[in-house]
Design a protein around this ligand. Structure first.
Ligand code: AMP
Ligand code: ZN
Length: 492
């Protein structure tokens, strides 16, 4: 039986501002959309935190046995320098500054993002659509919104009419803002005069002469507004009403609020059943952000090459650090915090390594079944990874007591302990046993060296030394095999 049938998952829904029992639209299947990166620069560790939170959500849903279609887009056009539809397109600006093609910018930072996701052990999404790959669909959606009378054209640009929409709907349903506040809080910026109201947002922007990214449309040669791509791609791949939509807390307004307005205008239904927002990673008490220079890059963690880092850390330590906080809590990044996480992470991995050596006893001095249930209860309570980790450390304590002959475990419980701990640590939290992997890399290096020395001995017709290397390795359980492609080895 699928695990989701016996687990009542609750998700904090930003729309209702409460924890709700998770019930997908179709039984056994989940559609999840997460706003992906804007590929105009390297992702920083704050971006990584948000994507890692949703990687964990994806992993737990898979663990529960759901068939998940996870869509995470790449924003490669339309994201302007600020949220008020002003300034240049971020990618076009980078291309202009570096005198390269916008698509070169997109390619460079998409590749960087993918490298990061691999190094940090993310599962790939099911679909990774791009904004530029969906211009036709975006134009179609604009036409639909115009037909409904909720968008207007000015000088080749098209804007969503928020005031008109708000007459029969609630613009602010997600963020809790009301239009009056929005009017009050919106700065009057140059060029905004072409909008009827400052809080209207762009669906299509006419490109000025300098703009290198442009597509033909019924209104002008231009480019789509940023919010539109997510409405278009989520409905295209997940339907008009789907289960989960995620993103960082800072996307709630205006991005997600605008997404709801656009999608609802076209379909007449609430597009998303569970809105999930991940909280921010801070550095020096401020949000980590590219624009302020207050950031750490994921690669800097691995090399230690940033003044806030006392040394290099593995990707597993960063993942563990992130998972020690609930995804809806703010998290303060610091070198000291990473050092503390590293200690805990190693303690956990050492205990897992020791599991293999445990000899079972007749009885258990620890209620493993009850402990397992507590792990599930933690995750079922809105993905509470810090509580899960606290329970994992209960198991670590137990394993260490067994090591000191102060506790015993039955063979059935040992199996349960082993499978549960492995499932939560590696499948759900996505941690990796870096030390084990590093050791296997080291073994590779040492054996390769011995293979090289053996080859040299054979070239020198020193058969005694060549045989000695082979035989002594074999005595250690490492068998060398000579083949046409060279010498390989296997560990028995
Ligand atoms: P962007 O590439 O700017 O569209 O951002 C990609 C994702 O990273 C979005 O979901 C943002 O909300 C998220 N994000 C940006 N800064 C931070 C931060 N300091 N902490 C956590 N998430 C962030
Ligand atoms: Zn989005």
């Amino acid at each position: 039986m699928e695990l989701y049938k016996e687990n009542q998952l609750k998700i904090y829904n930003s729309l209702s501002k409460s924890k709700e029992v998770f019930q997908p639209v179709s039984e056994g299947r989940v559609g999840m959309y997460v706003c992906g990166p804007t590929v105009y620069s390297n992702v920083h560790l704050g971006n990584v935190r948000t994507f890692m939170s949703f990687d964990m959500v994806f992993r737990y849903l898979l663990h529960l046995g759901y068939k998940v279609r996870y869509v995470r887009n790449i924003t490669d056009a339309g994201h302007l320098e600020n949220d008020a539809d002003e300034g240049e397109d971020r990618i076009a600006k980078k291309a202009r500054l570096e005198q390269i093609e916008p698509m070169e910018v997109v390619q460079r930072y998409t590749v960087d993002f993918h490298n990061v996701t691999k190094k940090y052990n993310f599962l790939p999404p099911s679909i990774e659509p791009t904004a530029t790959g969906h211009i036709v669909e975006q134009i179609e959606m604009i036409k639909e919104i115009m037909e409904k009378g909720l968008a207007y054209e000015v000088n080749g640009s098209v804007y969503f009419d928020v005031i008109e929409y708000n007459k029969n709907n609630h613009y602010g349903i997600l963020s809790g803002r009301n239009i009056e506040d929005a009017i009050h809080n919106t700065r009057v910026l140059d060029g905004q005069s072409e909008k009827k109201n400052p809080q209207d947002f762009a669906l299509w922007k006419k490109a000025d002469e300098r703009h290198i990214m442009r597509w033909p449309s019924p209104w002008s040669d231009g480019f789509p507004g940023w919010h539109l791509e997510c409405s278009v791609m989520s409905s295209k791949y997940l339907g008009e009403q789907f289960d989960i939509h995620g993103g960082g807390m800072d996307l709630k307004f205006p991005h997600h609020e605008c997404e709801i307005a656009q999608s609802h205008t076209c379909s007449g239904v609430q597009p998303v059943n569970y809105w999930m927002h991940a909280n921010m990673l801070l550095l020096n008490g401020q949000k980590m952000a590219k624009s302020t220079g207050n950031y750490v890059l994921p690669d800097e963690i691995l090399t230690g090459n940033n003044k806030v880092l006392p040394k290099a850390f593995s990707a597993g330590v960063v993942r563990f650090f992130n998972m020690q906080a609930h995804y809806r809590s703010i998290l303060d990044f610091s070198g000291e915090a990473l050092l503390a996480s590293e200690k805990g992470y190693h303690r956990l991995m050492e205990a897992i390594d020791y599991l293999e050596d445990i000899i079972p006893n007749k009885e258990s001095t620890f209620d493993v079944a009850d402990w397992k249930q507590k792990c599930y209860d933690a995750m079922n309570d809105d993905f509470n990874t810090p509580i899960l980790i606290a329970h994992l450390f209960e198991a670590v304590k137990f394993i260490n007591l067994i090591k000191d002959d102060k506790a015993t475990v039955s063979s059935g419980d040992l199996e349960l302990l082993n499978s549960t701990i492995n499932a939560f640590v590696f499948d759900v939290l996505g941690l990796t046993n870096d030390a084990k992997e590093q050791n296997s890399d080291k073994l590779d290096g040492v054996v390769e060296l011995l293979i090289k020395l053996r080859k040299e001995a054979r070239n020198n017709k020193d058969w005694a030394l060549s045989d000695q290397i082979r035989d002594e390795l074999l005595a250690q359980g490492i068998q060398l095999k000579d083949g046409r492609e060279g010498t390989t080895y296997s560990v028995n």
